[in-house]
Design a protein around this ligand. Structure first.
Ligand SMILES: *Cc1c(COP(=O)(O)O)cnc(C)c1O
Length: 482
């Protein structure tokens, strides 16, 4: 495919601008003027439409293919949710922040307030800030809140550590480290959860927080979670809930009920808003009462008469963590998602997500090693160790799937599973789609035994084959793709 500039022909264009009917602006200072004309492509509308339409067809997305990328909850993003975000487009984000401005955007602020209330209810928290722009950003915000909490009690210097299980997502220790903490990592026990005995040994009064994902990244719900929280609280450590896997437990367990003090949710995972290449994220953070004074400002609060106000005068607050109120468009979509599904619908979402994952797990178990062989939640983690005996790695299976029209599952994560293949089907897929995927996974396992070369050669159907993935990520040349 040619670059758009290579298709340029002098004099060709897709639009004709009307003659200017406004006064010509005074000349810009000479040092601000460019010395030569910008090299813009000259191209007709039709050629431009074809160029971008063809580029878009190279996108691998939930709208085109099954996308079982573990831990990422790539569920279908209902198109009707886009309408609700578009309803708010005319509002300028500064409106609410101008003196007296809140009065003029009670609907917009009210949506954020209501969304906070709904998320607080789902997670068992007392108040939610919508500012953080992603899960990882929520983690950082949450750890800063915890830090402010300990500081207010005169304990900031004493509290030096954050405890994480070794199955945790890399963002957990990274967020804690950015906030100035040292990390203590607790190994996973053979039963698939953080080793309770080792956790007890790791805990001491210098621990500020314990960060957990529950169900964890092996897709397993920790049956000792309440005990873990109780132990943490005995040492005056707060419990942080990484909500990336909330899709498994909505309406079943509220993190706040099992001892968590701070929670982030990934609206772009659990609450059906696009992500990956598809759109920005949002990682609202919920807290228990004792942490409310530290929440980022402006805080969106409701007065007794139902009017929404912005609270900005609290000296204990950690400050802003994002511009305005966060990614508003994402929140409008997530709000609509929650309202449309309602309590019963959200419960059904989690039940079907768990059912789909267990269906895949049982069907694929004869073909792939399952290091933690028990009922899973919304995702399951296999190992390609049996395939490795034929020289085939998890990455080869991933590439084979691409040729068959499937986005690969997450591979090599969690890092505690050798040759990990982490499959998260989500609730929005039909049994027919799951069955077709199962067939291809079985095909990969059987091809491994009779013709491993076929897996090494994959993918053959893509514009590019095997990339140096580290180099590709670090030295992106986006402009050359087209
Ligand atoms: C996705 C994910 C995160 C990070 O969330 P982002 O929204 O991508 O920043 C953290 N923890 C787990 C377990 C995740 O799956």
């Amino acid at each position: 495919m040619q670059l758009i500039y290579e298709q340029s022909t002098p004099g060709r264009h897709g639009i004709r601008l009307p003659a200017s009917d406004v006064p010509v602006a005074p000349a810009l200072p000479a040092d601000l003027l460019r010395s030569e004309a910008a090299k813009l492509a000259e191209i007709s509308e039709l050629d431009l439409v074809r160029h971008f339409t063809n580029l878009s067809r190279r996108n691998f997305s939930v709208d085109t293919n099954f996308y079982p990328l573990g831990s990422c909850t790539m569920k279908y993003n209902a198109k009707v949710l886009e309408n609700s975000a578009a309803l708010f487009a005319p509002f300028h984000p500064m409106t609410a922040l101008l003196p007296g401005g809140a009065e003029f955007c009670q609907g917009t602020l009210g949506l954020l307030y209501d969304l906070g209330q709904l998320l607080a209810d789902i997670t068992g928290m007392d108040e939610v800030t919508t500012q953080p722009l992603a899960g990882a950003h929520g983690e950082m915000t949450g750890i800063l809140l915890i830090s402010a909490y300990h500081a207010a009690r005169g304990n900031r210097a004493k509290k030096k550590y954050v405890v994480v299980p070794d199955s945790s997502h890399g963002t957990n220790p990274a967020s804690a480290a950015i906030a100035g903490y040292e990390i203590i990592t607790v190994p996973t026990a053979p039963y698939g959860d953080m080793d309770l005995e080792l956790f007890k040994t790791a805990m001491n009064d210098e621990v500020a927080a314990v960060m957990m994902t529950c169900p964890n990244t092996l897709g397993l719900f920790n049956p000792h979670i309440k005990e873990v929280s109780d132990i943490a609280h005995c040492h005056d450590a707060l419990m942080y809930y990484d909500g990336a896997n909330l899709n498994a437990i909505m309406g079943k367990v509220k993190p706040g009920d099992v001892g968590f003090d701070v929670v982030h949710v990934n609206l772009h995972k659990t609450f059906g808003t696009p992500h990956g290449g598809g759109g920005p994220g949002s990682g609202p953070v919920g807290v228990k009462k004792s942490l409310i004074p530290f929440l980022p400002q402006p805080r969106i609060v409701m007065a007794a008469d139902g009017a929404i106000h912005l609270e900005t005068a609290n000296p204990e607050a950690i400050g802003r963590t994002a511009n305005f109120f966060g990614n508003f468009g994402v929140m409008a979509k997530a709000y609509s998602y929650i309202i449309m599904l309602g309590r019963e619908g959200l419960i059904e979402v989690s039940e079907l997500a768990v059912l789909n994952a267990n269906y895949l797990k049982e069907k694929l178990k004869p073909y792939y090693d399952l290091p933690y062989d028990m009922t899973c939640m919304h995702e399951c983690v296999f190992s390609a160790s049996r395939q490795l005996e034929h020289g085939v790695h998890a990455i080869d299976i991933a590439k084979f799937l691409i040729d068959k029209g499937y986005h690969p599952p997450t591979v090599y994560f969690p890092m505690i599973v050798k040759e990990a293949i982490m499959i998260e089907p989500t609730e929005t897929e039909s049994k027919a789609t799951l069955d077709a995927f199962i067939e291809v996974m079985i095909d990969a396992a059987q091809t491994t035994e009779c013709n491993p070369q076929a897996l090494f050669d994959a993918p053959l159907t893509m514009p590019v084959s095997r990339l140096d993935e580290t180099k590709a990520a670090r030295e992106q040349k986006i402009c050359c793709i087209g």
